[in-house]
Design a protein around this ligand. Structure first.
Ligand code: ADP
Length: 355
């Protein structure tokens, strides 16, 4: 059981760390070669301990062939789901302290975003992704506080497809309530009260089945929508009766690949253009925040509007940036790493402070 003093100490620790590291962190994860792929040539030359990764571009010669990118941390191909999640746990604790937290997965289709967020297999706890581990910890930590704070947890799952917001469909057990997120109406959105990890697992299985999935030349399982799992937490302090409200957005972004690569036409081209535009809007918001600009362009996409209160201010943000080490992915790898680095670290995402 946590005492009230311990809860306060953890909160103070976070405040101190936030001052030191900034509110946004970027972790890079390198996907391993998959069975059947040649693993002879990798574009990852080395991974340093201080969050450095050196990329080698086989199409270039001399000093232009290598470039180092800096992040808060880089995970190599053999790190487990547990190791990937380990640093995320304090963020989950802070949701229970009343913070707004946003965790993103960014990268080209097939680079491992869904693997990081959901995991490859819901039935095996060992390979669970960030989503399930986060929810499991949320319930576990809330139990240790039950003598001090009474928590209510509600979960909402939405997707953004072609700039349209859509709630999770086909949940028959719950009353449909047209819901709002940051002032936006989300048709068919359900705020589902959950009591344990299993409740969330059940909901996410339905959500996964309902995601808009289509085939492209790059990957048959390619996902063309942004999927957002939002966990709303309300805590009531038992002695004082005061209320705290925390929120956790777990976001599996649509693939970041450029339009020409996916040989898209018609519907697919439209999807790709919407995706590119919303990811650029996300990059613009993040860099405006990092530059402490007076105007933050949240209104340029549904994605940034929905996440507005979890980006900037007192919110905490973590982005997992994914890369595929295959030589034929070099173009996307470099543009992914540039997006993450130029939009963030160069302009005060705190990497140099940490190292
Ligand atoms: P994305 O969501 O970015 O399109 P996926 O998560 O679906 O990519 O990953 C593409 C493929 O690579 C899947 O078969 C997945 O199981 C595999 N994969 C991704 N990351 C890893 C990893 N860290 N270890 C093992 N396999 C992985």
């Amino acid at each position: 059981q946590e005492t009230k003093l311990e809860v306060k100490q953890v909160q103070a620790g976070w405040e101190e760390e936030r001052g030191r590291l900034g509110t946004i962190r970027v972790y890079c994860r390198v996907r391993p070669f998959l069975p059947g792929q040649s693993d002879g040539q990798s574009t990852v030359d080395y991974i340093g301990e201080n969050g450095n990764i050196m990329i080698v571009n086989p199409c270039k010669q001399g000093k232009d062939a290598r470039r180092v990118f800096n992040f808060n941390k880089v995970f190599s191909t053999n790190e487990t789901q547990q190791q990937i999640y380990a640093d995320t746990q304090p963020l989950i604790r802070s949701v229970l302290d009343g913070y707004k937290v946003c965790i993103f997965a960014y990268g080209q289709t097939g680079s491992g975003k869904t693997y990081t967020m959901s995991g490859p297999d819901l039935t095996t706890e060992e390979t669970w992704g960030v989503n399930y581990r986060a929810l499991r910890d949320l319930f576990q930590i809330s139990k240790t506080r039950m003598n001090i704070i009474e928590y209510e947890v509600r979960v909402q799952m939405i997707e953004i497809y072609n700039e349209q917001l859509q709630g999770i469909r086909n949940i028959t057990n719950y009353i449909r309530n047209n819901s709002q997120l940051n002032g936006l109406n989300v048709p068919d959105a359900y705020l589902v009260p959950v009591k344990c990890t299993q409740d969330v697992l059940d909901m996410m299985k339905i959500g996964q089945r309902n995601r808009a999935v289509g085939a492209t030349a790059l990957n048959e399982r390619s996902s063309h929508s942004h999927s957002i799992l939002t966990v709303h937490v309300q805590g009531k302090e038992l002695v004082s009766g005061s209320i705290l409200k925390g929120c956790l957005h777990l976001v599996d972004l649509a693939g970041s690949e450029r339009v020409d690569k996916s040989e898209a036409v018609g519907e697919r081209l439209k999807e790709a253009q919407h995706i590119n535009r919303s990811l650029s809007a996300l990059g613009d918001v993040i860099s405006a925040l990092a530059q402490k600009s007076t105007h933050i362009p949240y209104r340029n996409s549904k994605l940034t509007q929905v996440l507005q209160d979890s980006l900037g201010g007192h919110a905490k943000t973590l982005m997992f940036v994914h890369i595929n080490p295959e030589v034929n992915a070099i173009g996307e790898t470099v543009s992914t790493l540039k997006f993450a680095e130029e939009g963030c670290l160069d302009r005060a995402w705190g990497c140099t402070v940490e190292s």
